[in-house]
Design a binder for this molecule. Structure first.
Ligand SMILES: C[S@@+](CC[C@H](N)C(=O)[O-])C[C@H]1O[C@@H](n2cnc3c(N)ncnc32)[C@H](O)[C@@H]1O
Length: 447
């Protein structure tokens, strides 16, 4: 990474390495007589601050000007000099008693040259400390190392990152007798994950928290989600979850459709069986964007997003109360990033650029609204799919017209549910649903 990439990193994440010093540094230097120190590749300055507080006169160097700015603002009132410079070429003007280089990962030949150069800056009896991550983290990914510790097969173990995502996003990956690894955001993530598991009916799951994997201070904590009581450990950690569902917990898989009972609200939704058929027609794939027009309870958009972590969706709903139910269903079902907008088609203009060319559009409400289908059609990217469901005769007639203009498939579903009738079971018919699905072949306006 060059300095501008590091600038971007420091601009987007507050204290990416935490504010406490690495234990390996503080443990080694707590008893040393302070003198002059250099923190090379100092980042936002956690080691420089710790050294200054321990009495050292510190020169902190990093080639990211954003990092140095952050370090400077957090290290006021301490005897620290800051310099924006490249560690590969910078040199101090006088010998020092200590050089600390924390997690400065350069190509090996450059790193060797930097460390050799840094050793030459030391006064007699001076110390040099280099801290780095295990090389396996780069060559195999942290997942492989974690699996090696646990005796799990890396190729069978999904990895979920919570580094920049809310803990709710773990929910779709949970399943009884599933194993998975979670990349933590910080030292508080294990407790948050244990709480989520317990809330979602996975309290009996076994958790193992592997801290500072591959480093000299590697650690391990074990426990059960519902009884997790460990104090926060290392900020850098991976959580291994051996999922166990409580008996009777609602079973929620990634495959549509979820039971209707998985959604809360006023019951305004495409029901289980037709929802499964609708998602099947929409055919989500990783990275695709859905517009769900007439969101109701958010079921279609939520299930679209649950099929793959990279699937994104926007939903449009005019009723404020339903906007709330969509948002709470999205969080409960593990897709809190579902974007909710107001009245379609007016709100189409509010959609941010990265979501503005949908790969698929579902129209579950407002089919008969003047111009709605035309507006949806014009927003759909060429090659995208449009699926519209109709329950009323009027909306069905409109779908028939669009089918005759644009082609595609027309289908009609009639579902009967077996329900109690006195002491017997009767086939209770659900409302029949007509469905038009089509792939947009060209930019052309519909005649
Ligand atoms: C992983 S961070 C570690 C920061 C700090 N040492 C700590 O442990 O908190 C690595 C740092 O090295 C800096 N860095 C990377 N290459 C560098 C170079 N050639 N010269 C100076 N700094 C560099 C980055 O800007 C970043 O701040």
């Amino acid at each position: 990474m060059d300095s501008s990439e590091w600038d971007a990193r420091y601009s987007s994440v507050e204290h990416p390495w935490g504010s406490a010093p690495a234990a390996a540094l503080s443990a080694r230097f707590a008893e040393l007589m302070p003198g002059r120190a250099i923190d090379l590749g100092c980042g936002d300055g956690r080691h420089a601050r710790w050294l200054a507080d321990a009495g050292w006169t510190v020169h902190a160097v990093d080639f990211s000007s954003v990092a140095i700015e952050l370090a400077r603002s957090g290290g006021e009132d301490r005897s620290i000099d800051y310099t924006v410079a490249d560690a590969r070429t910078w040199e101090p003007s006088e010998p020092v008693d200590l050089v600390a280089i924390g997690f400065l990962h350069l190509p090996v030949d450059e790193l060797v040259a930097v460390i050799a150069g840094a050793a030459s800056w030391l006064a007699p009896s001076g110390r040099l400390l280099y801290l780095g991550h295990a090389l396996e983290n780069f060559t195999h990914g942290v997942g492989t190392l974690a699996c090696a510790r646990l005796g799990w097969a890396a190729h069978d173990t999904p990895v979920v990152s919570l580094v920049n995502r809310p803990v709710d996003t773990l929910a779709p990956a949970l399943g009884d007798r599933t194993r998975l690894l979670v990349l933590s955001r910080d030292e508080h993530t294990p407790a948050a994950v244990a709480e989520l598991l317990t809330e979602r009916g996975f309290g009996p799951s076994r958790l193992t928290v592997l801290g500072e994997l591959g480093g000299p201070d590697e650690s391990r904590l074990d426990g059960t989600a519902s009884a997790w009581s460990h104090e926060p450990g290392p900020r850098l950690n991976v959580i291994a979850i051996d999922c166990r569902a409580e008996s009777g917990a609602l079973r929620l898989t990634r495959l549509p459709g979820l039971p209707d009972a998985a959604f809360t609200g006023d019951g305004q939704m495409t029901k289980h069986e037709v929802r499964a058929l609708t998602l099947c027609a929409l055919a989500p794939a990783a990275g695709e964007v859905l517009w769900d027009v007439g969101g109701g309870s958010g079921t279609i958009a939520i299930e679209w997003m649950r099929t793959h972590p990279l699937c994104r969706a926007v939903t449009f709903e005019r009723s404020a109360a339903r906007v709330d139910q969509i948002t709470s269903n999205a969080a409960a079902l593990g897709v809190p990033s579902l974007a909710v907008f107001g009245d379609a088609p007016v709100a189409f203009g509010d959609v941010p650029a990265d979501l503005s060319a949908p790969d698929a559009i579902f129209v579950g409400g407002g089919v008969t609204q003047d111009g709605l289908l035309d507006e949806c059609w014009s927003r759909l990217r060429v090659g995208g799919r449009m699926v519209a469901n109709a329950v009323t005769a009027e909306s069905e007639a409109l779908l028939l017209q669009w089918f005759s203009r644009c082609g595609g498939q027309l289908r009609k579903f009639q579902v009967y549910r077996g329900e109690p009738l006195g002491g017997f079971t009767a086939w209770r018919p659900q409302l029949p649903v007509a469905q038009w699905s089509v792939t947009k072949q060209s930019k052309g306006v519909v005649a």
